[in-house]
Design a protein. Structure first.
Length: 83
């Protein structure tokens, strides 16, 4: 393997790792904040727990899609773009 090819493979692997690292931070923080606030709301108003739980799960599902998109981009970087 020549040097430019090895460099390309290394940059591609580093880019995929960077995409996954940055792409997973925001969903983790967002979901943690959403769950925290939902649990706080459930503790303050137990009668609204069902509505809060439904909204929390829907919000977490939407937030998690960002992490899945970053996984797809990382996989594309690793296996599709051959250069």
């Amino acid at each position: 393997m020549d040097m430019p090819t090895a460099m390309f493979l290394a940059v591609r692997a580093f880019s995929a790792a960077l995409v996954m690292g940055i792409g997973s931070i925001a969903p983790a923080l967002g979901e943690g904040n959403a769950v925290s606030k939902a649990l706080e709301g459930m503790a303050r108003q137990p009668e609204a727990a069902d509505d809060l739980r439904t909204s929390m799960i829907l919000g977490c599902a939407i937030t998690e899609s960002t992490g899945i998109y970053s996984l797809i981009i990382a996989l594309l970087l690793l296996f599709v773009f051959r250069g």
